[in-house]
Ligand binder design. Structure first.
Ligand SMILES: [Zn+2]
Length: 47
C-alpha cells in the first residue's frame, strides 16, 4: 500500500465505468460526458 495523501478539497481523477474516460474534478461529475456512464473516484478502493 502506498501512502497517498487525499485532500477532499483538491481535484481528483474520476474514471468512467463504461469507457474509461478520466476527468479531474473537485466533485464527482456524476456521469461521463462521453457516454453518460457512471463515474467513480479513482482514489476510492472498491473491494
Ligand atoms: Zn464514459
Amino acid at each position: 500500500m502506498r501512502d497517498v495523501e487525499i485532500d477532499p478539497d483538491e481535484a481528483s481523477p474520476y474514471e468512467c465505468f463504461e469507457c474509461g474516460t478520466i476527468i479531474v474534478a473537485e466533485d464527482n461529475p456524476g456521469t461521463c460526458p462521453d457516454c453518460a456512464g457512471a463515474m467513480r473516484n479513482r482514489w476510492t478502493a472498491i473491494e
